[in-house]
Design a protein around this ligand. Structure first.
Ligand code: SF4
Length: 151
């Protein structure tokens, strides 16, 4: 299971397949990470430095964290893609095809000017999260998305 959590400044990635419940994150920021709550990760109850520190304690790589850099990402299901915007400017997209067996991601691209900010990963995660919530199998022929899927 892949999930994204965002506030105005940061974005957290969580891959449940890699989480072995060490509880390091919970110990470091109990108001952010609480398995007795849904969603179990909630940003806004602790400072961003505390959250950042807590993510860094994760021994498994299940958690990741990046700055948002003011970039918004969202699903655009009518166009079978997730998109990234800097204000009104489209700066990235991740495209998938609907097939008989599920969704197949075939293309991920971010404006090179915005490279190195983790935007492509956010785009792929958006599709993974949306598909998983709907019980749709996700595959990939896009080399970048395949890398994220294999992480
Ligand atoms: S620190 Fe990482 S492995 Fe441990 S519970 Fe949190 S997410 Fe899971």
């Amino acid at each position: 299971m892949h999930r994204l959590y965002e506030n105005n400044e940061i974005v957290i990635f969580w891959n449940s397949d890699k989480c072995f419940h060490s509880t390091k994150c919970i110990q470091a920021s109990p108001k952010t990470f609480d398995v007795n709550r849904k969603p179990w990760i909630q940003l806004g109850n602790a400072s961003n430095p505390e959250i950042w520190h807590a993510v860094e304690q994760c021994p498994s790589g299940a958690l990741g964290i990046l700055y948002r850099h003011g970039i918004n990402t969202r699903m655009e299901p009518e166009n079978c893609r997730s998109v990234a915007y800097d204000g009104d400017k489209l700066i990235g997209e991740c495209d998938y095809r609907e097939t008989e067996s599920g969704w197949c991601i075939y293309h991920t691209e971010v404006d090179p000017e915005y490279g190195g900010k983790g935007i492509a990963k956010r785009l792929v995660y958006s599709i993974l999260e949306e598909g998983e919530r709907k019980g749709i199998k996700i595959t990939s022929t896009c080399s970048y998305a395949s890398k994220v899927l294999a992480e």
